[in-house]
Unconditional design. Sequence first.
Length: 275
Amino acid sequence: MTHSRPAIRELLDAASLAPRRDLGQNFVADPNTVRRIADLARVDAGSHVVEIGAGLGSLTLALAESGAAVTAIEVDRGVVAVLRGVLADRPNVRVVEGDAMQLDWFDLLADHDDWVLVANLPYNVATPLICDLLDTVPAIDRMLVMVQREAAERFAARPRTPAYGAVSVKAAYWGNAKIVGHVPASVFVPRPNVESALVEITRRTPPATDPVALFALVRAGFGQRRKMLRRSLAGVVAPETYEAAAVSPTARPEELDVDDWCRLTDAHLSASGAE
């Protein structure tokens, strides 16, 4: 069982609640959509799922039906009370009240090291939250997140495409990202002014390159993405470093894939250490 549009309205009205703009609350009100997301998540009775922004439980119910052990996180105290009631008869679900940007993720996920993140993320926090989880929470082995379409395109973008940027390099360093579906605005209450997409990120063993140094260099490069590397990284990367990395100094940032960025970072660190 999942929530229909009338059910969403009834739950909100009964608790004297309304969607909060400051939290980016847009509740999914289409059973077919949440079942499709649950299917794409590929979880079953042996899975450990963490859901961020559980809201009124539409997606939570669909995930619970798979038999997976679900940890549902929700920041809105009023909504949490409703969520607990909705899930009262679901022993395989635990509800956690908290802000995903401030949670102690190591403590929360300490029992297992193979979590699947499934979430309908508010547009204003989606990108920084996903990037932070990729950087710091290796226990999350796979993500299936619903985000604004443009954000999904940035995570999954390949070199030499308009959406490719620093976020794309970060996703490629930690895993494999791909868009697996699109979600129309019409399935939400209230209806947002943007289209959504589902992006899946599956972790891989990352390259040996120091990620802190790598992402600092990537950010510097994409800070002036229209310029050649020799200009955007002037004063940061020595001219001879490009030859050592087999990277053209006349290339632009969006032309380099993650392996190119890793070689450039390694060569830069080597040159810096030799000085």
